[in-house]
Design a protein around this ligand. Structure first.
Ligand SMILES: *Cc1c(COP(=O)(O)O)cnc(C)c1O
Length: 423
């Protein structure tokens, strides 16, 4: 459930009319609902009731500082994958002991940054990374707490670009090498082994891959304990999918996912860490755009809108579906008709949907892309010199711009001329 609903035919986020925000900030823009973010966090928290657990929001899904603050205030920690994300988490007021550091290519500079600033644990993805981290920590007079991310070689049955748990993927250490890697980790002076990490992919719509992966993790945990390691944390990653196409998708619920965790891992009495991103932020956000033209082509109509693939790349990158709805509901009796919904960018890939049944829309009308709160704004670019679009946060009957649209001057001033050119 979310808080985007029609009231008297006008789309609202909580108690704020979307058309009012559009009039104030201009289109296109992203808009997030505080109550929905809070609700999604609470649903996860309750799904793990009875298990000792912590939720580390995967901030790569949406790293706006106001979003981070909202979640941190609920008790969320952060899963970060870069020095920049770590800096943003800290800027949002999250303490180091509530941050875990994931990622396949952590640099020495990033290791130094987070060791100096404080970190709960590193989720280490390879032997070379583990050796480097031990060197850096020892050099700084610190001990880095680590899990090793294992690759369980399971098929997450999701889009190939976001499946991460097959042996052909770049992530983690193969199960078959895990005990040896843990043996080496335990021998390194700068490290303290605290647990195991696994993350098999994103937008999972089936629990079976989780069950398979967690079962393998449980077996490994027992073997590692026999080897003398103090395994007391299990970081299970994120990845639970959300319904993008409301009319025909019903991914598993967090409570069912929690049940799989209990059944496969509960007996180990470890602290459970999970890293949901999409499920927290995805359906808490929309992208609002305005129709520029309705163009009649040969055999098909094109709805040309002012948002482009630079603003929301998911359809171009992952063939992703977003429900697209009018901000003002169509009058009863008006028949939907198929249109191609496209952006203004000079690429055919800048197509959001082909032959989508839409109510009649005309120039100036507003539409909203649902499920745009995760992997939306964070993946945006300024391709075609289109400034990054603003982000708005709603709470109750209030809204605030939480990232302003840069002016052309601000965008241009980031480029500088070399000394050999005349200014
Ligand atoms: C991307 C990622 C997540 C979050 O995935 P979602 O599908 O957004 O829940 C969690 N952990 C790691 C290590 C990731 O790379």
């Amino acid at each position: 459930m979310d808080h985007f609903i029609y009231k008297n035919g006008a789309l609202h986020a909580e108690d704020v009319a979307i058309s009012e925000v559009a009039a104030a900030v201009g289109t296109p823009f992203y808009l997030y609902s505080t109550a929905t973010l809070q609700r999604h966090f609470t649903v996860f928290d309750e799904a793990l009731d009875g298990l000792e657990h912590k939720i580390f929001y995967a901030m790569k899904a949406n790293d706006n500082i106001a979003v981070l603050r909202t979640l941190a205030a609920m008790g969320a920690g952060m899963d970060v994958v870069s020095g920049g994300e770590y800096a943003k988490a800290r800027a949002a007021g999250v303490s180091g002991d509530m941050i875990v550091f994931s990622g396949v290519g952590k640099t020495e500079a990033e290791m130094r940054q987070v060791l100096a600033g404080g970190i709960r644990q590193f989720n280490v993805e390879s032997e070379p990374e583990m050796r480097q981290l031990s060197r850096v920590a020892t050099d700084m007079g610190k001990i880095a707490k680590i899990t090793l991310r294992v690759n369980p070689d399971v098929d997450a049955k999701t889009h190939a670009k976001i499946a991460t748990g097959k042996s052909e993927n770049k992530f983690g250490i193969p199960m078959s090498q895990a005990r040896e890697a843990y043996r080496e980790a335990a021998s390194l002076s700068g490290l303290e082994v605290v647990g195991i990490d696994v993350h098999i992919g994103s937008q999972l719509t089936d629990l079976e891959p989780y069950r398979q992966a967690f079962t393998k993790v449980a077996e490994l945990a027992e073997a590692l304990r026999e080897d003398g390691h103090n395994i007391h944390r299990l970081d299970l990653g994120g990845g639970l999918g959300i319904p993008y196409e409301r009319s025909n998708e019903a991914p598993p619920l967090p409570v069912e996912y929690g049940q799989v965790i209990r059944e496969t891992l509960g007996h180990l009495e470890c602290e459970i860490e999970i890293e949901p991103g999409r499920l927290i932020a995805g359906n808490a956000g929309i992208l609002v755009s305005q129709v520029i033209y309705l163009k009649h082509g040969e055999g098909r109509d094109f709805l040309i809108i002012d948002a482009g693939m630079n603003d929301l790349i998911r359809p171009a990158m992952y063939e992703a579906h977003h429900d697209i709805i009018p901000v003002i509901e169509a009058a009863p009796g008006l028949e939907p008709a198929p249109v191609d919904i496209v952006g203004p960018i000079c690429e055919t890939g800048d197509t959001f949907s082909k032959q989508r049944a839409m109510p009649p829309l005309k120039s100036g009308d507003l539409v909203a892309f649902r499920s745009a709160g995760a992997y939306g704004a964070v993946m945006a670019s300024e391709y075609n010199a289109r400034p990054l679009i603003p982000e708005v946060l709603v709470q109750g009957d209030q809204f605030a711009v939480v990232r302003a649209r840069p002016t052309y001057e601000e965008m241009i001033s980031r480029d500088t001329l070399p000394s050999w050119m005349e200014s």
